[in-house]
Every structure is written in C-alpha cells, then in structure tokens.
Ligand binder design. Structure first.
Ligand code: P6P
Length: 344
C-alpha cells in the first residue's frame, strides 16, 4: 500500500477495520487527541514568548489569557473532549481528582488519562517536551464512574500514545496492533505517517538516567550503572549516556534507537518519580507493542493494579535485552565483572 501522505485520521480509520468491535468511536477519539495536540504544538512554539509577551499568545474559549503551558494544555483537552460524547472521565496530572464530563457519561465509552505537558521544566530552555495519553474502556454504566473504573492495570488499555514537541512534532500511538508515528506538516496542519510499524532494537548502546541521583540509588542500581560503564568491547560496553530530562524525549530516542531508560527508586523518591496511569503504563504499552520491555525492576508495568490515581512507580523501559539485564541486577542475579572476579 502506498503509505505516502497517509494522514493520522486515515491511518486510524484503516486500523479501525482491524478492530470491527470498535464502532469508530475510538478512531474519533484518537483523531480528537490529534486535534488537541496540534493546538498544544502551536502554543508550545510560542511558549518562549511568555516573558516577552507576558502570555503564551494562546486564548481559551472563554477569552481568558493563558499563563502556563501545562494549564493551557490541560484546558485544551477539557475543551476538545468536553462535548465530544466520547469520554466520560478525564484523569490528568494537572488535576487532583478525575474530571467527569457528565454530558458525555450517558454514552461516553472511554476514560482518558493524560499528562498534558511532560517535561515542562524544559520549556524555559527551549528543550523538547511532550504529551502522554492512555485510553481505557468504561467497565460499568454508573453515571460518574468509580475507583474501580479508574484504577485499571495497563494491560487493559485500549490505546496509548504520546506527542513529542521537538524540532518536529511527532504523534506516536498504538491500539494494540503495532506502533505508528506521524510527523506534523505545519504547512497543511496534518500529521503524516512517517514511522510505519516501529520495532525497538533487541539491544541498544545507550542508557538514560539522572546520574546525579547515583548516591541515592539502591546498591544493585549503582552496580548496574558501573557495569554499563565498564570497558568490554565483547559486550558492547561502555554504553553512552543520553538524558534530556523529559520522559517523552528520552523514551522516543530509546524506542527508535534501542537502549534503556531508567527512573528507579531513590532515597528522595521511595516509590519512584514517574506516574503509573498516565506516564509509565502508556509508554509500557507502546514499548511492548514495539517488541520492548517495561518493568519496575521486579514486576511488569502492565500487570500493576493501581492503588491510587497519581501513584508513582519505578520505571525501567526499552530494549528487551537491556531491560532484562537491569532486572537481573535488581534481582541480584547479575553483578559487575569486578565484583564477580572478587567472588571465591
Ligand atoms: P529529574 C519531568 O519533570 C519528569 O516528570 C519526566 O519527564 C522526566 O523523565 C523526569 O521528570 C526527570 O526527573 O529528577 O531527572 O529531573
């Protein structure tokens, strides 16, 4: 099939044929996320003007000037889905409680979890940032949902994805039938298919972690980092360190080039720093759909049944061989060469 010029919307509709059970609402929902993120991409391109203009240059439907990009992005999702009839409940990093779109709850079949702007600290230095989303079916028909509906394991996701706002804006998603990337052509305002059926390399050459936390990690994590930095050409070491400080950017590079991203527990983040429902779980769905692996060091991310809306988890995600190696260190099954040589 000629894949030139396939728009996100057309691809989603083609994909929908692979999911006869989906009545097209999921396709519409994904296309609406495309709309919301195009609006956010426009605001991101002006974000640097906040200090110059005092505002982002964006104005919401109520005519209010928008001050913060996270707030603008969150409001954009609320406005785009508010009367869509598709989504009954929104869960956002920017909102402590779920936002019930009651006008949708009679027929809205989905729950949408999202981090509207991930990595916002990078905005001030013109760094790459992103939006992450996760979609679940509602599981009961009660008008306003229940914790049982929101606290779902990642394995039940219907679709998941992210948009990375970098030198170009790229929309990456999976609906359980592979991973696809679309690059925004600003001249026509369309996301065009640019990465068909993304597969992550079995192993990479880079590791991505905030090395500044080294003293705060548990010993197995320090050993793993020391191991990756040892010189051993036979096992492709030392690895190179790449760390943007925005999860979406570090994950996108890892997805395309292989390697491993890690945000483990440390003394300041005893549960980990990243959020399960709208950061780790959607990226884990994508990673596994691309042949990768995602865990906490001791369990598969997609198996975790959440206990809280904004629950944090440790995250090791990327090439299957690299993540399996990290898990072996976490489980004490693997040690550094020097430690092994010292063993009797
Ligand atoms: P640190 C951004 O604040 C974020 O939530 C993720 O996007 C990113 O991976 C992580 O935190 C960076 O955290 O502690 O290295 O600054």
């Amino acid at each position: 099939m000629n894949t030139k010029g396939i728009t996100l919307t057309r691809h989603i509709l083609l994909e929908q044929r692979a999911h006869p059970s989906e009545t097209g609402d999921l396709s519409t929902l994904l296309a609406q996320i495309g709309l919301a993120t195009k609006m956010i991409a426009r605001a991101v391109s002006r974000a640097g003007l906040v200090d110059v203009l005092g505002v982002t240059g964006a104005v919401n439907v109520h005519g209010e000037e928008v001050k913060r990009l996270d707030e603008y992005a969150n409001q954009t999702f609320i406005h785009v889905f508010g009367h869509s009839g598709l989504v009954c409940t929104l869960v956002s990093e920017e909102m402590e409680k779920p936002r019930h779109l009651s006008e949708n709850c009679s027929q809205g079949k989905y729950l949408l979890f999202f981090d509207p702007i991930d990595g916002s600290s990078n905005i001030d230095v013109n760094g790459t940032i992103g939006t992450i989303f996760s979609i679940h079916h509602r599981i009961n028909g009660d008008p306003h949902g229940t914790e049982k509906e929101w606290l779902r394991p990642g394995s039940e996701q219907v679709a998941a994805g992210y948009v990375i706002y970098g030198p170009s804006t790229v929309f990456v998603y999976t609906a359980g039938n592979g991973v696809y990337g679309f690059t925004l052509d600003p001249s026509i305002g369309e996301f065009l298919l640019s990465h068909e059926n993304i597969r992550i390399p079995a192993r990479g050459k880079t590791y991505s972690i905030n090395e500044g936390n080294y003293p705060a990690w548990q010993p197995p994590m320090r050993s793993l980092m020391d191991y990756l930095k040892e010189k051993d050409p036979e096992t492709g070491r030392p690895y190179s360190l790449r760390y943007v400080g925005a999860l979406v950017a570090d994950f996108h590079r890892t997805l395309l080039q292989g390697g491993i991203f890690l945000y483990p527990v440390d003394t300041r983040n005893p549960q980990g720093k990243l959020r399960l429902l709208y950061e780790a779980a959607p990226l884990a769905f994508i990673a596994e759909q691309a042949g990768g692996r995602a865990g906490t060091g001791t369990e598969r991310i997609l198996d975790i049944r959440p206990t809280g809306l904004h629950q944090r988890v440790p995250l090791l995600i990327g090439s299957p061989e690299d993540v399996a190696l990290a898990e072996a260190f976490c489980a004490g099954r693997k040690k550094r060469d020097r430690e092994r040589r010292k063993q009797p």
